[in-house]
Design a protein around this ligand. Structure first.
Ligand code: GDP
Length: 473
């Protein structure tokens, strides 16, 4: 590829690489820095891919109005802990997925689609809570069209209810209130409605414009009404997309599967994703080997608002990463490499201390240390997001915690490398370091801390951060 672009003979390029001590074959990828040296050696001009080039490749087509067709709404369920978000998601799924359909077994892939009795299709994000919602947004992936705010009728408005309202409003996403647990004798739906008034959420029953539906995730009461309310709200929003273009979408979950390799659940936002498509997603790229829907069935394509598992990635992306189909593998690889090196540079910009204690000591010497970098590895995406969310709240104007990376899975040598480069400790939540990572950490003096309770992790970081604070006074 490189020889081609320089209009040089492949054998000459391979020879030049061998002269540099790199024993490569002609189809072997080389890193950007090496490529740069080679290009210079051959007397050519180097053009590194820039943000603008990436944008050009990705956003080359504008949709015309006549190409746009209605698409299903994407719904996130938010609300206070224990108010029934998970129960509601399960109840909707169970009520609407017809047993005995081909494939039949619903798969938890991070999102699912249901069809209402009146025929509207709705896509639900399967990760309730505002942590995922916010971190997706902060990564540039706004995937939610409608927020269903769950409020338990036996508990009314609670702190996380208020937070959820704030998040929905900040994102400019309309809300529908599901007053849950209405089967309970102690349920008081009107208290929920009046409580909400104080937070400027005026429901229809209070002559406002926010739809409210009384439901029970346990008995199934009101579920159909809730779904119709969502469908109605979606109609008002006139959501549209162009299925006849190269796909773009957002990663809502991703993991490294032992048997299948890296797997990402992608919610298609525009266009149609097809088997064989070449794509770039965050710092990764790939070619769609298979698409699997929320019923566990293989499908050939996925259109707007459809969630699918994508196989054929060369690495594991992160939730919130945006996927774009591109034309050639060379483009995909180039953009992924460019993003990776840009991200590396950013990470390397952090300090040099590697343990919480050293960070505190460093703060005493360095009055300007304002950021405390940490690296988080957790067992599941949900906990990683929750930890990031909690970390963002720690600190004040003088010091704040910066999560360099929050990933899912065992702590690896790569993590240790990143931690060392950035002077950050690694916080493992319900995960361990593998043997090579432990060795590397010992050698490089990178601290790895293990936790199984989020609060403990948060407390330790808080303590370290306040150490930084007091050190400055
Ligand atoms: P989440 O934390 O918001 O996801 O809440 P969960 O879905 O885990 O529910 C918390 C508890 O409330 C569980 O014990 C549920 O069984 C119970 N629950 C959820 N919805 C209802 C409901 O409609 N009626 C009753 N009686 N209990 C419910």
């Amino acid at each position: 590829e490189l020889a081609n672009r320089m209009a040089e003979r492949v054998s000459d390029v391979v020879k030049a690489l061998m002269n540099m001590g790199m024993m490569v074959t002609q189809n072997q990828p080389i890193d950007a820095d090496t490529a740069e040296v080679i290009v210079e050696e051959f007397g050519h001009k180097i053009v590194r891919v820039s943000d603008a080039d990436v944008e050009d490749v990705i956003h080359s087509v504008e949709d015309k109005d006549e190409d746009l067709v209605p698409r299903p709404p994407i719904i996130t369920i938010m609300g206070h802990v224990d108010h029934g978000k998970t129960s509601l998601l399960d109840a909707i799924r169970n009520a609407k997925v017809v047993a005995g359909e081909a494939g039949g077994i619903t798969q938890h892939i991070g999102a699912y689609q249901v069809t209402t009795d009146s025929g509207a299709v709705l896509s639900f994000l399967d990760t309730p809570g505002h942590a995922a919602f916010t971190s997706m947004r902060s990564r540039g992936a706004q995937v939610t069209d409608i927020v269903v705010l769950v409020v338990a009728a036996d508990d009314a408005v609670m702190p996380q209810t208020v937070e959820a309202i704030a998040h929905a409003k900040a994102a400019g996403v309309p809300m529908i209130v599901a007053i849950n647990k209405c089967d309970k004798p102690s349920a008081d739906a009107n208290k929920v409605r009046t409580d909400l008034l104080q937070h400027e959420v005026i429901v229809e029953q209070m002559s406002g414009e926010v739809q409210d539906v009384e439901v029970s995730a346990i008995t199934g009461q009101g579920l159909d009404e809730l779904l119709e309310a969502i469908a109605l709200q979606a109609e008002i929003l006139e959501l549209k997309a162009n299925p006849d273009r190269a796909a773009s979408g957002a990663v809502i979950e991703a993991q490294l599967d032992v048997g299948r390799g890296p797997v990402a659940t992608v919610l298609v936002q525009n266009g149609t994703l097809r088997q064989g498509d070449i794509f770039v997603v965050g710092e990764q790229w790939g070619k769609v080997r298979a698409l699997i829907n929320d019923q566990g069935e293989r499908v050939n394509e996925a259109g707007p608002s459809v969630p699918v598992e994508v196989l054929g990635l060369n690495g594991t992306p992160e939730a919130g990463d945006v996927l774009n189909v591109v034309e050639t593998e060379a483009q995909a690889r180039e953009i992924a490499e460019y993003r990776e090196s840009a991200a590396k540079e950013k990470r390397a910009a952090a300090g040099a201390a590697t343990t919480l204690e050293q960070l505190m000591a460093k703060a005493k010497e360095d009055e300007n240390l304002q950021e405390m970098p940490i690296l988080v590895k957790a067992d599941v995406q949900g906990s990683a997001e929750a930890i990031v969310q909690a970390m963002e709240k720690i600190g004040n104007d003088e010091v704040r915690v910066r999560v360099l990376h929050a990933g899912v899975g065992a702590i690896t040598e790569t993590d240790v490398g990143l931690a060392e480069a950035s002077g950050a400790p690694i916080m493992g939540f319900n995960v361990r370091a593998n043997a090579p990572a432990r060795n590397a950490a010992n050698q490089k003096g990178v601290e790895i801390r293990y936790y199984s309770v989020i609060y403990d992790l948060v407390d330790d970081v808080k303590a370290a951060a306040s150490g930084l604070l007091s050190a400055e006074i």
